[in-house]
Structure formats: C-alpha cells, structure tokens
Design a protein around this ligand. Structure first.
Ligand SMILES: Nc1ncnc2c1ncn2[C@@H]1O[C@H](COP(=O)(O)OP(=O)(O)OP(=O)(O)O)[C@@H](O)[C@H]1O
Ligand SMILES: [Mg+2]
Length: 462
C-alpha cells in the first residue's frame, strides 16, 4: 500500500510545470503607479522612465477609447526596451482589449498579399463587444427530487426547489433538465443559474449557509451568497470578439475551423463590407460596441512604401485600432524606393505619429535588468559576478549579457554549484563572442573565409 502511494507521489512529481522563458517573459506591465508615474523598478520594468510615462499616457487614452486611429512610434537604439515596453502595454491592457503583435517582415508571406496581411492584422486589433440580454433563473437549490418510472424505462420527471433570500419556487423538471443537473453534479446547497432560453445550467458555487455542513468539501469549493430578490432575472452577457474572427466565421470558403488552424488565407472584401454594415447596424441598435485595440508592428522599417501608404489610409478609417510601431533605424532608405527618410518611414506617415524615444541604459539600470533576468531564469548569481556581467552589458550589449546568464548558469551547474561566480561568467565570455569581438575576429582572419568582401568594399569607397 505504502509503495503504491510512493509511486503515485513520484508520478505527480514528474509532471512539473514547464514554463517557457521568453525574452520578455519577465515583463508584467508598465510598472506605473496610479498617477501614471513610473516606479523605477516594478512589474519587471526598469528605468526608461520617460518612455514608460509616455506609454502610460497612451494606455490611458486607449482605455478611454480616445485615440483610435492614431499611431505611436517607439524609436531608439537596439536593446533599449522598445519591444519590452510594447509587451508591457499589452499586459497592462488586459484581456478585454485586443492586442495584436507582429513583426514588419511578417507581411511578406506567400499565402496572402501584403495589404491583405495588414488588413487582417488591423481587424484582429478591433474588438466588437456584443451585448445580449438573457433571462435566467438564479437561486440556491433547496431540493432536487427525481421520480424514475418503476419499470425503469420511459422519461424521468422531477421537481427542483430553488430559493432566494426572499422567495422559494418549485419548478417541474423534464428529462433533459434532469440529465444536465446530473451532469453538473448539482446538489442541494449549490447556487445555480439556468438560462431560460437554452436550459444551460451554470454552477456558481456553494451557498455560505451550507459551509458548515460540508467539512469534506475540497479547497476548490467556492462559497457564494444566496441570491437576493426575484428568482427570475434579466442578465446582460457580454462577448468580445475581434472583427477578424467575425470575418473568418462568415467567410464561407473557410468556416470557423480556420480560426483554429490559423489557415485563413485571403478574405473577400465583400464579406468584410457586409460585416462592417452589420456591425454598424448593431451599433445603432445598441447591441454592439466597438473596442479599438492595439496593433503593434515591431521592426516597422521592414514595411515597404506600399504598406506605409496603405497604413496612412487605414488609420483614417472610422474603425481603426491604435497602431504602435517600433524601429531602431536612423535615417535610411524607405523600402521599395530610393528615398531616404528618418527611421525608414515616409515623412507623411511620420507626421501623423507621435514619437516616443528610448535611450540607452546607465550601469545601474542594466544591473537591475540583469538581476530580474537572473530571477526569471532561476539563476543564482554571486554579487561580484553580476557586477562583471553588468560591465559586459555596458561594453557590449544588454542582449549579449542576458544570453550569458543562461550559459553561465549551465556552466556553474556542470561544476555542481548552485551559484554562478565570476569564473563562470569569464568562461562563457570567452566561449561566446559578442558582435564586436566577432567582427574583430573576422577582420583578423578575413583571408581564411570564403567570399570575403572587405577589400572590395574598401576599394569601392576609395
Ligand atoms: N526597461 C527594461 N526593463 C526590463 N527589461 C528590459 C528593459 N529594457 C529592455 N529589457 C530587456 O532587454 C532585452 C532587450 O530589449 P528589447 O528587446 O525590448 O529591445 P528593443 O528596443 O526592442 O531592441 P531592438 O531595436 O533590437 O528590437 C529584452 O529581453 C527586454 O525584455
Ligand atoms: Mg525589438
């Protein structure tokens, strides 16, 4: 018996939760206080105060639904937290506001045209909040009585007694209702709702008055108050779906299953026109509301002139999301043209944007970010090792230093230590090159590589 139990425990232990650690998994929000002031270290966010404050203001306007159709550009050097800030905004917005994130290069897909890809991304970022009023019966179960026919065949009949704090009513039960009550394992003392139109039963929890009777109920049991007032209520149910989901469901060639496979292909513009018309109708009747969400386009310099001009137009549409873009480019060529412009974005589009700059980090902030990353990766690091790593971040790049955390932690584990020390950091620093040393290496050994173009370039310049 004991052995069986032990085996069971082992089984349970083996199913440990695997948490994927992504580059931005430590970011849990923007780290702002109630008056939108950024705390220096909060929710995984460190420093970059001006940009975070600006992002907070933008966020507040998005929540108020005030800035649909605006564009914000996060511009700054590589590794200054542009993508991190966008992820923080997504977290802070919550689940009810759609947030779509894409990289500029994603539009160059073989499956659909560039403008179709952008249109889909835009429509994924606009939510439709549909309100539905349903009649429900809500009460605490006093008694369920089921009469089975003596012969064992034929329909079951029964009675259900429900009460609120003010009234008690007995309902007749049909076969179907009895089955669903059994399926939901409803017992006396449960607080339930029954949808009058569909007969769907929902168990809200157990009534507080019954809390004492059931010592044996598991810790998952939720206790709720016995409902007040009438048993029959009108309840407003709100669903939020994105326009893209509505498009897919209504496009006959794909069907809703395409939502799961993600294989939606191009959607006909007639479908979209019809849906726009229908949604407009619902809005007039007060049945639906538009929730402008956020479309985040990272590495926006990868878009070309056609996309930019499309975005220009799309932003002026009545149902446009807030578009947040990020780029690390300076003055560079606009893709698809020979013109140069700041950030590789056409001036007319830039003119419609508000630009939020991000700036390189000071040593103090770098150390704090590295510390947070160590925690995120479950890596114990000695103080002096962290100081060395911070130095490395300062002299090479934050990203490179973050990469070294995982590798150093592996090296320390190999020597059966639980803490990363200076030597581990030095070891991985010599094992893995940063960009600077790699270029240096290439310059020194250029002759031994194939297709070496350094000399040709030098000649061109001369
Ligand atoms: N202020 C910050 N607080 C916490 N983590 C940060 C902060 N800034 C950057 N990071 C982390 O540092 C790494 C690099 O930052 P990020 O990817 O956001 O840079 P970026 O500005 O988007 O760079 P690029 O222009 O190269 O895309 C990420 O892992 C990110 O989560
Ligand atoms: Mg980025």
């Amino acid at each position: 018996m004991a052995a069986v139990a032990a085996a069971k425990v082992q089984e349970v232990r083996e199913i440990t939760r695997i948490e994927r650690i992504g580059a931005h998994s430590h970011i849990r929000g923007l780290g702002l206080d109630d008056s939108l002031e950024p705390r220096n270290v909060s929710q995984g966010m460190v420093g970059q105060l001006m940009a975070r404050r600006a992002a907070g203001v933008v966020l507040e306007m998005i929540k108020d639904g005030k800035i649909a159709g605006r564009a914000i550009l996060l511009a700054g050097q590589p590794g200054t937290g542009k993508t991190a800030i966008a992820m923080g905004m997504a977290q802070a917005l919550g689940l009810d506001t759609p947030f779509t994130s894409m990289a500029g290069s994603e539009i160059y897909s073989l499956e659909m045209g560039k403008t179709e890809a952008l249109t889909q991304a835009i429509r994924k970022s606009i939510g439709v909040r549909i309100k539905e009023e349903t009649e429900i019966i809500e009460g605490e179960v006093v008694e369920i009585q089921v009469d089975r026919p003596a012969t064992g065949v034929g329909a079951k009949v029964g009675k259900l007694t429900l009460k609120t704090t003010e009234m008690e009513t007995i309902y007749d039960l049909g076969n179907k209702m009895i089955d669903s009550l059994m399926k939901e394992k409803v017992q006396a003392g449960d607080v339930i709702t029954i949808d009058k139109a569909t007969g769907k039963i929902n168990r809200l929890g157990r009534s507080f008055t019954r809390a004492r009777d059931y010592d044996a109920t598991g810790s998952q049991t939720r206790f709720v108050q016995c409902p007040e007032g009438e048993l029959q209520k009108r309840k407003e149910v709100v669903h939020t779906v994105t326009l893209h989901e509505v498009d897919v469901i209504n496009s006959r060639t794909h069907g809703f299953l395409a939502l799961f496979s993600g294989d939606t292909g191009e959607i006909k513009s007639e479908v979209r026109d019809q849906i726009n018309a229908k949604v407009a109708e619902w809005r007039e009747e007060g049945k639906a509301e538009i929730v402008p969400g956020v479309l985040f386009i990272d590495e926006v310099h990868m878009l070309d002139i056609e996309c930019f001009s499309f975005l220009n137009r799309a932003l002026e549409n009545e149902m446009a999301p807030v578009v947040i873009m990020a780029t690390n480019r300076g003055i560079t060529r606009i893709r698809g043209t020979t013109y140069k412009s700041p950030h590789g974005i056409p001036i007319d589009l830039l003119d419609r944007m508000i630009i939020v700059p991000t700036s390189p980090y000071q040593e103090k902030d770098l150390k704090e970010i590295l510390k947070i990353r160590c925690e995120e990766e479950d890596c114990e690091m000695a103080d002096d090792a962290l100081t060395v790593l911070t130095r490395i971040a300062l002299e090479t790049s934050l990203r490179y230093a973050i990469q070294l955390i995982t590798t150093a932690s592996l090296v320390s584990r190999k020597r059966k230590s639980t803490e990363v020390n200076i030597d581990d950091v030095k070891r991985v620093y010599s094992l893995f090159l940063d960009e600077n040393r790699s270029s240096q290496f290439l310059k020194e050994y250029q002759d031994e590589f194939m297709f070496n173009e350094l000399e040709e370039q030098a000649m061109e310049v001369a």
